[in-house]
Every structure is written in structure tokens, then in C-alpha cells.
Design a protein around this ligand. Sequence first.
Ligand SMILES: [Zn+2]
Length: 951
Amino acid sequence: MNMKKLVMTIALAVVGGVVAMAQQMPMIPVDPDVRIGQLDNGLTYYIRHNNWPEQRAEFYIAQKVGSIQEDDSQRGLAHFLEHMAFNGSKHFKGNELLRWCESIGVKFGNDLNAYTSVEQTVYNISNVPTTRESIIDSCLIILWDWADGLLLEQEEIEKERGVIHEEWRLRTSAQMRMLERDLPKLYPGSKYGERMPIGLMEIIDNFERPFLQAYYEKWYRPDNQGIIVVGDIDVDQVEQKIKTMFSQIAKPGPDAARFEPVAVPDNAEPIVVIDKDKEQKINMAEVMFKHDATPNSAKLTVDYIVAKYMKSEALGMLNSRLGEIAQQPDCPFLQAQVSDGNYIFSKTKDALDMAVVPKDGQMNEALKRVFAEVRRAAEFGFTATEYGRSKANTLSGLDKSYSNKDKRYNSQFVNQYVNHFLNNEPIPSIDDHYQMMKNLVPAIPLEGINEVMRQLVPQNDSNLVIISFNQEKDDAVYPTEEGLLGAIRDARAEKLTAWVDNVKDEPLMTTLPTKGKISKEEKIDKFLTQTADSVESGYSELTLSNGIKVVLKHTDLKKDQVLLSAEGWGGSSLYGLEDRANISFFNDVVEASGLSSFSHTELIKAMAGKIAGASLSMSAQRTHVSGSSTPNDVETMLQLVYLYMTGNIKKDQQSFDQLMKSAEVQLKNRLLNPEAVFGDSLNATLSCHNPRFKSLEVSDLKDVDYDRILQMARERTANAGAFTFTIIGNYNDTIIRPLIEQYIGSLPTQKDIVKGKDIATDYKGKVVNDFRHKSETPKSIAVIHWYTKQIPYTLENSILAQVAGQVLQMVYLKEIREEASAAYTVNAQAGVSRDDFGDEASLFAYCPMKPEKADTAIAIMRGAVQEMAAGKCDADMVMKVKEYILKAHADQLKSNGYWSGRIGAWRKWKLDFHTDYEKTVQAVTPERVSAFVAEVLKSGNEAEVVMLPAE
Ligand SMILES: [Zn+2]
């Protein structure tokens, strides 16, 4: 059965009937602002100018090949090859490519990266500063080297084997082990079953160079390659350069290998896979119905966009229902989500996929309930009120992104072009797309969506696949094939009735509070930003009639964004150990509650068509209220904030119970995960086993007291006078002022402010916690931490800390990964911070490493820090890090969060971390970095936590 075709026919009929389109569907126009071309050798390119942010560009090369092209002797080599792209090429010997990128502030792992999947391999150089033309040239040379100039030197291959082995170890989890084991059963008779990209470790450890070479030469060819350059560049110039450079790559001959797409055969009988692993934390299942994927040739005309829209509306409404059902006390599942897309990871076959997390021991009941709901939607359709909300959300989302069309990031374009190149996904301009959707959405009737839903659910169980992953333990009762199939059969037999959509047709607030006034306004010429008409402005500090201060800063950095943050004195430190569980769950419980007269679910429904949110949370010394909205929905956001601040959180017992059930499942088996075991040990060591900071266990859940949490929320918000509000973004100034008077000026305030208590329990001196832990795949992790209270929180020290951390990260990358092949990931960070009780500077080194090379890795982690403190700090590395920090800072200037943070630090501590930022970075010398590290080490506070595998 070709289900996609059916769906499309329906869409055609629906659109044809309603908007009377011609029989011949119009083509989806390609965005005229992207230059697309193809060279004679078959290489495709996409080039687009975009200047947000200015002087930045992205350079990508996408290859239409991945692990599926490997033969049996090459399993893992597609991914191995991807690693070799950073280890020696025609113009960049050894690791020079990494070093050169570092020199322009492009960091390996962040901005310089790649990924290999089953059907594609994509490389990127991102956030490239386009300040010099030579940088653009060099990036194109790197793409050229990746396309055709890899050296694949023996010595580099030998070093990379260990790195990839450690990547395998790092990524190996219970689910990965089971999936890898079960793939052949999930893809019977298909190569997909044996092509996990990470491959086989015996091949990674032992393969001979010609096998890798063969893959590279056979598949990395211009006709499989697409180059994408987006950013602040000259399109004509870049096109000319691409033509000149890449035309040199030979055109594949007529005998070049052809790759036939690998089919995924249909299955007449259901495939049921039941597996278990000792480290699997939660039992889960997926029910899938395979169906044909939409061929690339069917993605060219408007009906494809129509079909996609209709399916996404149908699945969105279905998932809202499942979310609502999950809150009912007798619901057998904790979570369920239905989607439609690639079957596991194959492009050539799609599947309708129902993912289910059952409550304890209710696997069969959960599957039955979810599939019955899917059937209910298919047979009775959705209600007018459901579709009304769903459409409203879609339309407001479209308006939001359209309003910000001039401030789209390069990465957004790149993702679209990669998808166009690899999967033929349409790339209309944002104007065309917006117009198309604005016409389509109101024109498509509910009946059409219901018909699409009906077509998505097959009437019989051919092409059915069920996966059930379980926790392995002695007394476990595992699901059986009969049981799982029986659940589907029972769901099919169940007599269903139509869904009833309960909606509360009331405004969020029925009566408005007595309005306050803006009684004073001070304009502050600090932290200046430019508006569209090049006017520079700082910020305003309003004093309201109730005494509350509101900082107001208008920016158009994101045209669709307004952010609110309010910080009040006093936080969780005001509560004792007896409230430990309540403190831990405070944020989540508040979030799961309702507001005003609305339950949690009613609130979600009431927000349809609005893009606004708010939340209340606690940290140790403060209480925080945050909000965000589009310029249009500022009033809704302020209403939400008002309700949180005035004790109007509504108790929603069902929602709370569901939260506690989920927490129980999460916590019960948390320590089966070796990384969680390490995290707990680290936490305990750094906090001197302070019981306040200990991770919760299932037995603590009985102490979570809903009423007590609501009481804490009321206490923390009772005095709005303890809060300062900051609102930043693209609001309308004349509209927002009366709203501020209405919703913030009306909040009750008192004079007395309660401040938090010092609850920190830092370790002192040298502390060592080395331990062994047994896990399914042997794992080892090390952390070394140093701190001092003697370094003040200043701009200079915070920059020195950043530089020190990043230089260390570079040393670790070079010595632990590249030279010793002892790890895949290395990490170092340093920072300076301040709270109400003092300042602290710390250094943190982290590395999950090869158990056999743990001593080497740990020696480097500690040795590099000691050397730095002794005055050996690499000047070249410091220069590169400064380059990176300056570039990252220039990018941060484009975000509202940055300005809000800078204003906050200024108002709180009189610290200006903005004005002299660049000057201070430029003044950093290796000597000062060394002195900073030496000062941290002088305290003698050092904690080492190491986990090694037990026999
Ligand atoms: Zn990798």
C-alpha cells in the first residue's frame, strides 16, 4: 500500500475543492536569493548573502553518502573517514587545520565539526569571521581538501583508532547496546540492519589503510557533494572562486560506482523485538507501521507542502490529547508521542511511530490505550475547537517568524539548503512560504485533516513493528510477543466513541487590579545599543507608585522577542533541610500547576494563538520570575507574571500526581547509569557531603508536599518590593507603559526585605575520591577541581579565567586526544563568580577516558594546570583564545539576554562588564593568565574524583 500517495490525493482533493486550484499543482518556487549551480563534474553549490550577524559566514560540505555505502569489511569507516578530515590533508598537514581555525577564532567541536549518519556525512566551519578575504579563500580550500584532498596517513590513522574507540565507549548506553543488537531483526534482509555508523570496534582497531582509501575514492565524488556558503560574503565572488577551485576535481567516469538506494522490505507478519539491559532505566516501547517514503520527485509541487501541513496538524492535535490523557489517574502510560518520519534511520522507508513509556508493569495496557486513542482520532476525527486552537498556534508561529525575517541567522539558511541538497526538501523564500501558508491554513477544512488522520492508520497489522526495551533484573517480568500483539489486537477491537474537548471559555483574568503609576523615570546613558534608524539608546529605570523598579530597554535585535526577568531577594536557602524535597521539586511543581481558575491543561488550551510564557523559580539566594513573548502578546505575558506574583497558582492534583509518577520512574533506576554514579560522587565531594545537595531518591518523594510548595511560592512572591523587573526587546513603548502600570504597578509591596542565608559547604584543602564502579561497558571519568575565595569578581579576572580555561582545553585536546589517543572528549573551564557572601574563582578539568590510559590522562590534566601556574603558558594559544573570545563577544552583543545580564550586574554590584570588555581582552598576556592560575592554586583547595571500572 502506498500510503503517502493516498495522503497526497486527499490533500489535492481538499485543496482543489476549497480553493479551486487547477488540476496541475503549481511548483513550489525556489527562493531567488540563493544562488544554486552545478559544475560540469557534478558538484552542486548554494551561495547566499546574509548579514545577520555582520561579518560572519558558514561553510558546509554535505556528502550524499554515509555508513550504508560501506561494505562488510568497512563497517565504521565512513565515520572514521570523517575523523581523518581533521588529521591531514593536501593543504593542512597533521592537525594544522585545527590550528589554523583556532587562529581565526573557530573552535574545534563548536564551530568546526562534522557528523556521519547512515545516509549522509556533513562537515561545517561555522561562525567564520569574514573580516579578510584570505579567510574566505582558506575556508574554501578546507572544503576542497575535504572533498578531494585527504591524505589518510598511516601514522594519523593509528592515532585516531583510539579516539574513535573512546567515542564508541562514550556513546555506548543501554539503549545503544540493544538497538545495535536488534537492528538485524528490525531490518531483516536489509543492509540497514548492519550499518550503525559507529561500526565494529574490531574493524576500527585493526583495519588496513586501503579499505579506508577505497571508501574515500569510491564515494567522495563531486556528484555526491554539495557546497553551501551563507553569510556576509559577495555571492558573485564566492561563486567564481568555487567554479575555479572545484572544477579541478575530475568528473567521475562512466564506470564510477553507482549507489542504488537500499530497500527496506515490507513485512507481512509483525516484527516484535523484546530486549533487556541491566542499565536500562525505564521500560519503553515503540509501535510502528511502516509505509513508503515520499519520493524526492513528489516534493516539487504545492501539494507536498499541503500534505505536510495537514499531517502536522493532525499529529499535533493527537499528541495534545495524549498529553491530556496522561494526566488522568487511571492512565496506564506516563508519556506517549506519535510521529511520522523515517523508519528508525532509513530514508527509503517511513513509519507512523507511537513511542510509549508505560507506568510500572502496564506495558500491554499502555500500548493498547495509545493505539486506541490513535484509532479514535482516525475514526471520529478531531473537534472544531481542537482544530481552531491548532490553526491559531500555527498562524501565530508563522507571523512570529515572518516578523523576524530580516534577522535570520546563517545557520537557518544552511539547514534548509543541506536538506534541499540531501532530501529535495523545498526551499521557497520566506515571503512565498508565508503567503502560501496564510492562504492555505484558513482554506483547509477540518474534514480534510480528519481524512489525513484516517489514512495514516492502517487497517491491518502487515508492516507492524514493535520494539520493547526493558530493564534487566532478577525478579522482572518481561513483556511477551503474545502480550504486545494482543494489546494491538484489543485496541483494534475496542468500541470507541468520539473525543469530547473540554474547554474553558474565559479570559485569563476576569477583573483587572487597580492600576499603579509610573512615578519617576530616569534615562541612563549606559549599555548603548543602536536601533534600526541608527539612534543609540541606553535604558530607562522606572519607579512605579508601589515602589517597584522596572528597567526598560528597547532593542530590535530580535523583532519577534520581548523578554522579562525579575529577581527577588531570598530563595531556597531560607528553607531548612526538612524542605529538601520541596526545594528540589519547587520549579517543576509550579510549572505543572495551573493559574487563576485554569488547570494546567486548561491553561495550555487557553493560550492557543498566543506566544507568551512565564515561570517562577528559586535559586539558593533569589526568587526568579521570567517571561517571554512576541511584541503582540506582551499583555498576556504580563498577566501570567501578575498571576504568579499574586499567589494565583492553582493546585492541579492530577498534574502533580503525574509529575510524581514520572519522577519515581526517573529516580528509581537513576544510578544504573554509570555517568549518574560519577555525578553523585563528584557532587558529594565538592559539597562535603552536604545533605542539602544530595540527589533525591525514590524514598524522598513522599516528602514532596504540594501545599507546602504552594505556600513557599506565596511566601517568596508576597513582597513584590523585593523584586527588580527588567524588560528588554522589541516592545511598543506607548503600549507597554500602561501595561506595566496595570500589572506590575498594582503588585502589593512591603518595606521589609528578607535576604537569603549562606548554605555553601565548600571542601577545604586536598580531597581525593577515587573509586571503582562496575558497568556493562567499562567506563572511566576524571574530574579535578581547584578554587579560591581570594580572587575578586572583576571584569579582568573573569576574562583571565575564560582565557585560562580555554587554553587548558586546547592543551588537553592536543595532548590527551591527539597525541595520547586517551579520550574522545576533553573539557576545561574556569570562572569567577559572586554571591551575597563573597567571591570565588575556580578551575575545572573533566575527561571521560580510556580506562587503560587513565593515569596518562589524569597526569596531563593536572600537569598542564601546574605548568601554567609555574609560568608556562603558550603565547600562541593565548592569542587564539583572545581571538575567539572577541568574536564570541561580538556575537553576544546581538542578544537581548546579554544586555539584560550586563544591566543586572551593573545595578546589583556596580560592575560594568561591557564598556571595557574588548580593551581588557586585548590586554591579556600569558604572564597574567599564569599569575591567575597560580593564585587559584595557592589556596591549596583541590578535589580529585576518579571513577575506574571494577572487575
Ligand atoms: Zn566521531
